[in-house]
Design a protein around this ligand. Structure first.
Ligand SMILES: *Cc1c(COP(=O)(O)O)cnc(C)c1O
Length: 438
């Protein structure tokens, strides 16, 4: 069934104005809708699983602020706790009991870290974890994987050069080549490339950093066996293994991917969900490793707004909900049933389309491959199909992240009715995509 385009008049006006203030009209690039059709939607409010834009259009939201909103928008427990704490002042730059309260909630329910440090974003968490690994091992090189995103710090804005094992090449102007030279980049799910990297840079690699659930370039699920191999090769080489769990932390389970796969990294980074929608990041490790952080140790790291009381309050309220019995089981069951219904629909029609999923994360891929575990396995040409699908979904009141490389998130607020409506919209949109010539 064809539907007409939604009205974006007010969003378009707001976008024109924003362009006079911000580069590209936004404060984070992907928001500019460069990979999909139309003006970026300016959001006015959110409640539960729904958001409303400046033109009054209503959407079921599967972006969920890029993952943090696992309880949906404006959850009463989070809102009320934030308001309560905010009434006593918003920042002190001195310790508060709230920091320990959030830390206790996390540490007493996580077997993989003994101490934690709060920062204000995922980027900052990862940047600090890398410094800690370098300070601890007294080595400089870091190994990362093509297709994993770890925020925008210099050492990690690096992509693979040519060849199997390579020094990285910078993926942003302004990153000195000398930084890229300290970053080695290999393909995901490739043991041979890893072995060669460890041979070539013997005794030099401080840390291997991976998204154990790579979810920033499609959903490139790795096998437990591969992750265990990674653990072992790091141990053999006295290299620290960093799990960047900014997305997977508190998402695939309260203990994140470390708990999901039963693999113990040396350092874990968190962000997104941990702050209940406010800016919080964190990194954690054993008490011994964390003792290297200042003021106890010699690795410097600080933050004016770190452990901000209002942000801590949001984190406490959100994580408390996640600890309720059955939370993750319900999320998983709901997501699995949603995904299965879509898989069945496309299988009946023989469409080249797959939904990859873990926990309450899903990724729509226009492919017929059984698994997609490396960045190179994604066909960039397939993104034209996503672009059309995105447009059709927006017009049917379904909001996905504005790029085919982005995953979708289901929140606790998504109801059965939401998911039924979404499936109908998806079926109609996929039919249109496969009838078109894109
Ligand atoms: C989002 C993300 C980051 C960066 O977090 P910001 O809060 O955007 O700085 C780092 N690593 C991963 C895995 C992420 O998904």
């Amino acid at each position: 069934m064809q539907v007409k385009d939604i009205d974006r008049t007010r969003s378009a006006e707001l976008y024109e104005k924003a362009k006079t203030y911000f580069p590209g009209g936004v404060n984070s690039p992907v928001r500019a809708f460069k990979s999909v059709y139309g003006t970026p939607l300016f959001i006015e409010k959110g409640d539960g699983s729904h958001i409303w834009d400046a033109d009054g259009n209503e959407f079921i939201d599967f972006c969920c602020s890029w993952g943090p909103l696992i309880l949906g928008h404006n959850h009463p427990a989070v809102r009320e706790k934030v308001i309560e704490v905010m009434q006593k002042g918003m920042s002190f730059g001195a310790p508060t009991a709230l920091e320990s309260e959030l830390a206790e909630l996390i540490l007493s329910n996580n077997r993989f870290i003994e101490k934690i440090r709060f920062v204000s974003s995922g980027t900052e968490a990862v940047m600090s974890a890398i410094r800690l690994a370098r300070g601890y091992t007294k080595r400089d090189k870091v190994l990362k994987f093509e297709g994993c995103y770890h925020g925008h710090s210099d050492s990690l804005l690096v992509k693979a050069g040519s060849g199997l094992v390579t020094f990285g090449e910078t993926s942003s102007a302004g990153v000195p080549k000398a930084f890229a030279d300290e970053t080695v980049v290999v393909s995901l799910n490739d043991k041979k490339a890893l072995q060669e990297a460890f041979e070539e840079f013997k005794g030099q690699i401080a840390a291997v950093i991976i998204e154990p659930v790579p979810a920033n370039n499609g959903l490139l699920l790795q096998s437990k066996e591969y992750l265990q191999y990674l653990r072992d090769i790091c141990t053999q080489n006295s290299t620290m293994l960093i799990f960047d769990e900014v997305i997977s932390g508190f998402r695939v389970g309260f203990e994140g991917a470390a708990g999901y796969y039963g693999i113990e990294p040396d350092i874990i980074t968190y962000g997104k969900i941990i702050g209940g929608g406010l800016p919080v990041g964190a990194y954690g490790a054993s008490a011994d490793v964390m003792s290297h952080i200042s003021p106890e140790g010699s690795v410097y790291q600080a933050g004016t707004l770190s452990g901000n009381p209002v942000a801590m309050a949001a984190g406490i309220a959100q994580l408390s909900e996640l600890l309720k019995p059955g939370f993750y089981e319900d999320m998983q069951a709901k997501t699995q049933s949603f995904v299965n219904d879509i898989q069945n629909f496309v299988a009946e029609r023989n469409y080249q389309f797959k939904v990859f999923t873990i926990g309450s994360v899903f990724w729509f891929a226009f492919t017929d491959q059984e698994s997609v575990s490396r960045a190179e396995d994604i066909d960039p040409a397939s993104m034209a199909k996503f672009k059309l699908m995105h447009h059709e979904l927006i017009n049917r009141g379904i909001y996905l992240g504005p790029s085919g490389y982005e995953v979708g998130f289901i929140s606790a607020a998504h109801t059965k009715a939401d998911l039924e409506k979404t499936k109908t919209a998806i079926f109609d949109s996929i039919d249109i995509v496969f009838k078109s010539s894109v």
